[in-house]
Ligand binder design. Structure first.
Ligand SMILES: CCCCC/C=C\C/C=C\C/C=C\CCCCC(=O)SCCNC(=O)CCNC(=O)[C@H](O)C(C)(C)COP(=O)(O)OP(=O)(O)OC[C@H]1O[C@@H](n2cnc3c(N)ncnc32)[C@H](O)[C@@H]1OP(=O)(O)O
Ligand SMILES: Cc1cc2nc3c(=O)[nH]c(=O)nc-3n(C[C@H](O)[C@H](O)[C@H](O)COP(=O)(O)OP(=O)(O)OC[C@H]3O[C@@H](n4cnc5c(N)ncnc54)[C@H](O)[C@@H]3O)c2cc1C
Length: 670
């Protein structure tokens, strides 16, 4: 036991940089670090937030436990008079999915984004004080990605000055909204607005669905839970629900009227803001999900890295600090490094691009307030594309981390199966990842076509202004060290991205209609979108390194991580880089040489680099990822806690095992 604890301490002593300074870089600022650190400790030390083994709880127990914690969170927020920032850290570290995620993450933002000032004044205090609990009811049984295809109707009745909300078919039943099944009292419902016999498409409506007295559904409302989801704990603490309306009436002023409104006379009036602002809550949440992807991936990487330093298999006998013969730490196997270190680098890369995206979103909101809608298409493309890229990579990365831990990774007590099950739906919710990449490609094709009209591309597409150079430039790498030059890396990624996009644009012209072309070429368009999004991540990582980064050795570690992130992408997408002529086979081979050498450089720092995430053992929830590396005794202890070990002889022995054994013994004696 002592030996293992000493082992991680030895790993930490090898770090070539200041972990405390890196913690601040990871958190984003000294202030962010201090607040999150304080709240993380507060949560970890409060028995009310203890994490039971969720995998062994029944659905009802799990759900009730999430309700209890959500209520306790609210109590502590009020008792401690926490600020909004502190409250969201508290919810984050409690780490139990519950209705509050949708209430705060989607219901409140939808009201803020789509309601008029007057409507906000009425509804926000109710929501902020939790006098009502809301959900976001957009998806239907028959329609998820295709929002324009939603079937629920909101028909204006001029006589009573009301909208009649109705589910005309089974497929129009709302299906999936979190917190809807058993908790929410209200919902922002997306429905087709019909007035004067005309269908004006999908709009948002605030609808009360349950009584605030006895919690029963209101007349005309049928509501329930959609059933168990993948993974034993994970998302099953949330009541994703179904919802059907039978001519439910709401006052006219419960239509969210910032984008357009219906007058007392039933006239549909558009405002001067683009209709896409109705989708504002999705842009907001996609941006948060990118940050969430870096957190989910970094949790898994932290577990796999610490465990890989503890776990020993094979190898020439080494001597430990006490001169005792020991096997090789699995982290020293080059295969382990080539699977693990790019994930560590990705966690950092996603953190920085998430930080930038938060800035882009804040900037968008400021511009929207000043009636400047010019950056909305780019914000949509960036949030959609980066949500897709980072969640797909994080979900795959978490799964890889579990395999990196061998058999023990498959145990619930490793924390990895639940982390995976809880995170993998991020590839689907808030927009299916492929559908979102197709949105990015549409934006890219539009940008390329506008180049011919002389319109200057801005923001993340600014590189497209150099199309002529990027189409024909040759990569200048001659030796492996040349790959450490950021401008060389950037140009290779820009060349690959633009060449894939231009090829798509040229191929699209070969089809009878753009629609047909988009359909036939969609796999290529998705690849072009991925290349563009990877370029954004790469360029934001490089930009981060150009900032003033303080702390002993911190910048050097980030440079190594950035190199690993970029070179590993080249390695993984070699087909793209070679087929577009962005690099040559010889340069590809030099990139691989450089990548190997970066792994060696990083090796002695990896434990400290995961320590910089500053995750408490409570938050990590993993025996394998414990800070002290005391894995084996704790695994043994956890095994004893399994309900099957409550009794020596299992329930069922007398019914099923004993008679069987007896019968077989008798048969043998005969
Ligand atoms: C909730 C808390 C979050 C915190 C996260 C943290 C932790 C996570 C933990 C737990 C998470 C818990 C819960 C998860 C919640 C999940 C909630 C949901 O899933 S809500 C439902 C989300 N649904 C979708 O995302 C549907 C996806 N589909 C769409 O978004 C759209 O329909 C579309 C595919 C993008 C558009 O298709 P279409 O081609 O029909 O486009 P139009 O509608 O005609 O649009 C035309 C025009 O508008 C542009 N545009 C589209 N979307 C947007 C947008 N959001 N913003 C700005 N602009 C947009 C589009 O590009 C077109 O432009 P143009 O080409 O110029 O005409
Ligand atoms: C855990 C979880 C929580 C959720 N929470 C909420 C919530 O709170 N509120 C809410 O309203 N919704 C919620 N959703 C629903 C979610 O937003 C939808 O599932 C999502 O938008 C995808 O839609 P879909 O399920 O209809 O998939 P589909 O669109 O049916 O996708 C199925 C397949 O078709 C492909 N596909 C679809 N369209 C195209 C296309 N045009 N081109 C190429 N391929 C295509 C997709 O790539 C995918 O492979 C939640 C979902 C999950 C899993």
């Amino acid at each position: 036991m002592e030996r293992i604890m000493d082992h991680l301490a030895h790993e930490r002593s090898k770090a070539q940089f200041s972990v405390e300074e890196m913690k601040i870089i990871w958190a984003g600022s000294l202030h962010a670090f201090q607040v999150s650190d304080r709240i993380a400790r507060l949560v970890a030390s409060d028995p009310g937030f203890r994490k039971d083994n969720r995998a062994v709880l029944s659905r009802k127990e799990l759900f009730k436990s999430a309700l209890r914690k959500a209520a306790y969170v609210w109590k502590r927020i009020n008792e401690l008079a926490l600020s909004e920032e502190e409250a969201s850290w508290l919810r984050f570290y409690v780490d139990e999915l519950a209705y509050a995620y949708i209430h705060w993450g989607m219901f409140v933002p939808a009201i803020k984004g789509s309601a008029t000032e007057e409507q906000q004044q009425k509804w926000l205090p109710l929501a902020n004080n939790m006098q009502i609990i809301g959900t976001y009811a957009q998806t239907e049984l028959g329609h998820g990605s295709n929002v324009r295809g939603l079937e629920t109707t909101a028909t204006f009745d001029q006589e009573t000055d009301e909208f009649i909300i109705h589910s005309p078919t089974l497929t129009s039943s709302k299906w999936w909204p979190g917190g809807l099944g058993k908790v929410a009292t209200h919902a922002v419902v997306y429905a087709r607005l019909i007035t004067d016999g005309q269908d004006y498409g999908v709009h948002g409506f605030l609808v009360q669905i349950r009584s605030l007295d006895d919690h029963f559904p209101l007349p005309g409302v049928t509501v329930g839970d959609i059933g168990m989801k993948f993974g034993s704990g994970a998302f099953n603490s949330i009541d994703n629900g179904f919802l059907r309306f039978n001519h439910v009436r709401i006052p006219r002023n419960q239509m969210l009227m910032k984008v357009s409104r219906v007058t007392r006379q039933g006239k549909y009036v558009e405002s001067n803001v683009p209709k896409q602002l109705l989708y504002g809550a999705m842009v907001y949440v996609r941006q948060i999900i990118v940050a969430d992807a870096s957190i989910a991936l970094s949790r898994a990487v932290c577990i796999a890295t610490r465990y890989s330093a503890v776990r020993r298999q094979f190898g020439p006998p080494h001597e430990d600090e006490n001169g005792k013969g020991v096997e090789t730490q699995v982290i020293d196997y080059k295969t382990q490094q080539s699977r693990l270190f790019p994930l560590l680098a990705s966690a950092y890369a996603f953190r920085f691009v998430g930080e930038w995206l938060k800035w882009l979103y804040t900037d968008l909101i400021q511009k929207l307030e000043a009636n400047d809608f010019s950056t909305l298409p780019e914000a949509h493309a960036c949030t959609a594309g980066l949500k897709s890229l980072t969640t797909s990579a994080a979900a795959d990365g978490i799964k890889e981390c579990w395999k990196l831990c061998g058999g023990h990774g498959y145990l619930s007590s490793s924390g990895l199966p639940e982390l995976y099950a809880a995170f993998v739906p991020a590839c689907t919710y808030e927009g299916d990842n492929i559908v979102l990449l197709l949105q990015v490609s549409r934006f890219l094709m539009k940008t390329i076509s506008q180049l011919q009209t002389g319109k200057k591309p801005i923001g993340t597409t600014a590189y497209m202004a150099h199309v002529e150079h990027l189409i024909q430039c040759r990569c200048t790498v001659q030796k492996a060290e040349d790959w450490l030059n950021p401008s060389v890396i950037l140009e290779a990624f820009e060349a690959r991205a633009i060449r894939l996009s231009v090829a798509c644009a040229e191929n699209l012209t070969k089809f009878a209609t753009p629609l047909q072309g988009f359909s036939e070429l969609s796999p290529d368009l998705v690849e072009a979108a991925v290349a563009h999004c990877q370029l954004i991540v790469v360029s934001k990582f490089i930009e981060k390194l150009q900032q003033n980064i303080e702390g002993n050795g911190v910048k050097q570690q980030l440079e190594t991580l950035c190199n690993i992130y970029c070179l590993n992408l080249i390695h993984k997408h070699l087909g793209d880089f070679l087929s577009t002529g962005s690099i040559s086979p010889k340069q590809a081979s030099l990139a691989s040489d450089q990548l190997r050498s970066r792994y060696s450089k990083l090796r002695s720092n990896v434990i400290a680099l995961v320590d910089a995430f500053n995750y408490t053992d409570h938050f990590l929830g993993s025996v394998l990822g414990r800070y002290d590396g005391n894995v084996y005794p704790k695994l043994y202890e956890e095994a004893w806690k399994d309900p099957l070990n409550d009794s020596i002889v299992p329930d069922g022995y007398h019914e099923y095992i004993q008679p069987l054994l007896k019968q077989q013994l008798q048969n043998a004696r005969l």
